[in-house]
Design a protein around this ligand. Structure first.
Ligand code: HEM
Length: 460
């Protein structure tokens, strides 16, 4: 095929990016949407008025970067810098080391392993919902919940118990969650507002957060050592920690070192809860405004389950519930943008990509593009069922794509489908009137700027 003619990309001048930098820092999404609507699906702009980046919502280019030519597009230093606090686990490593770890850990996330974790997920969900049922029963049949806070609590417990299965005392769980939130929030600030770094250094903020990260690692190390010291005669639990401890490198037959196991455990806790918590919070926002969708989920539950709880084997027959989860993540992709950097000069359909180019794959933009998704702002789970069209590859990418696609996607879909089903089995979902509109807060993940309340009303 002849090479496509070289074409230059529209550039949002540095001055325009600078003029918009406050609005970009507060909520980049409307600004990026406007740039793309006005100039086309791929353009060049300056993040914070400083860092030149190629921004795209073209699924073909995103596929090129994440999959077809992925070797040329390692993660950017911005994404990898998080390793300072989290260590070098899957999410924060690159190259040969990443590939070796991915091969080792991948089997732990196969469908059958996830199936084995569903009972545990259900019991965490059950424990979380029972007090709400009791409270609702005491107060006339309904309870109001802070959606994001509740979902964060449940998803953190699900992933922490999937990794460590053993009993985790509530105060320790609470502390782990606080430490993770604190180091993440600080890292995002230091990247988004680089001009504050000298002040952070002077004020000892880096040191303070290094200490918090250290405290988290010590806590987790305690659990790992407990497990290593367990009596070999008693059967080991079938959890993700055991999977990490038992895994052996194909080349050497060796196990991971204790530090490697710790790094991977930290990453699973981080990557494995905030994303799902955000998706689930957005789901309750949508469902509180779409009672007809809740009724259809309920009808499916009646038909497939009657009055019993769902098991892993039931999930494929509860496809409408899955479509609700999928459509939620189309509208609100928890990972809304992803960075890569060109290792060598490249070209995509005539667009020259110089060495070192920072590429931002704008997943939110792809999921809201009208040419890919008719009526893109409308919540319609049917898009993923009978109505499903022939979208091009990478038009739906909540879990990324290519070799670095989310390793926990099956885990996440399972926990979210289960949570939806378990809530709808018990409750009607209602919006609590009088709250301000819920705004987007795109940090590393896309969360609601302020938490909001929904009312769970006991079914008769
Ligand atoms: C709705 C929930 C989730 C979403 C939307 C999500 C999304 C993603 C995305 C987009 C990536 C790719 C990032 C990149 O390539 O730069 C990723 C990677 C990853 N995710 Fe998830 N994730 C979710 C849940 C989970 C869960 C539950 C776990 C673990 C229990 C998990 C573990 C990981 C890990 C370890 C990676 C790094 C994989 C690698 O680089 O090899 N995620 N996730």
């Amino acid at each position: 095929m002849p090479a496509a003619a070289s074409r230059s990309l529209p550039v949002i001048p540095r001055a325009t990016s600078l003029r918009n930098s406050l609005r970009l820092a507060a909520n980049p999404i409307p600004v990026l949407n406007r740039y793309l609507d006005e100039h086309g699906d791929t353009l060049v702009m300056y993040l914070g008025g400083v860092r030149k980046t190629l921004l795209t919502r073209d699924p073909g280019l995103i596929q090129h970067v994440l999959q077809k030519n992925h070797r040329n597009y390692p993660k950017s230093p911005l994404s990898l810098g998080f390793a300072r606090y989290l260590g070098h686990g899957l999410l924060t490593s690159e190259g040969g080391y990443w590939l070796q770890q991915r091969r080792l850990i991948q089997p732990g996330f196969h469908r059958q392993r996830v199936a084995g974790l569903t009972e545990l997920m259900s019991s965490v969900i059950e424990d979380g919902l029972r007090p709400l049922e009791e409270q609702a029963a005491r107060q006339g049949g309904a309870v109001e919940v802070a959606a994001h806070e509740l979902m964060t609590r449940l998803t953190f417990r699900i992933v922490a118990r999937s990794v460590f299965s053993s009993y985790l005392p509530e105060p320790e769980l609470q502390r782990m969650a606080e430490l993770l939130t604190a180091v993440q929030a600080f890292y995002v600030r230091s990247v988004r507002q680089p001009y504050l770094r000298p002040w952070f250094a002077l004020a000892g903020r880096f040191r303070h957060h290094d200490q918090l990260a250290q405290e988290l690692r010590q806590l987790l190390l305690g659990y790992i050592r407990q497990r290593q010291a367990a009596d070999p005669a008693t059967p080991a639990p079938d959890d993700l920690l055991q999977m990490l401890l038992d895994a052996r490198y194909e080349s050497s037959g060796e196990a991971m070192t204790e530090t490697q196991v710790l790094d991977e455990a930290v990453i699973l806790l981080v990557a494995g809860h905030e994303t799902s918590a955000n998706a689930l919070a957005w789901m309750w926002l949508l469902l509180a405004q779409h009672p007809e969708v809740v009724s259809r989920v309920q009808a499916e539950i009646n038909q497939v389950l009657g009055s019993r709880s769902p098991t892993f084997a039931d999930l494929p027959r509860l496809s409408y519930a899955l479509h609700v989860v999928q459509e939620t993540m189309r509208l609100y992709p928890p990972v809304w943008i992803m960075d890569r950097q060109a290792a060598a000069a490249d070209e995509y359909q005539g667009i020259p990509i110089p060495k070192g180019t920072l590429i931002s794959s704008y997943l939110y933009g792809v999921h809201h593009a009208a040419q890919l998704w008719p009526d893109p702002e409308v919540f319609r789970p049917e898009r993923f069922g009978a109505e499903a069209g022939a979208q091009p590859p990478f038009a739906y990418v909540p879990f990324g794509g290519g070799p670095r696609q989310c390793i926990g996607n099956q885990f996440a879909l399972t926990e979210m489908q289960l949570l939806l089903l378990e809530v709808v089995r018990r409750f009607e979902v209602e919006w609590v009137e009088g709250q301000p509109p819920v705004e987007l807060q795109p940090l590393i993940t896309l969360r609601p700027r302020h938490d909001f309340r929904v009312r769970f009303r006991l079914r008769r």
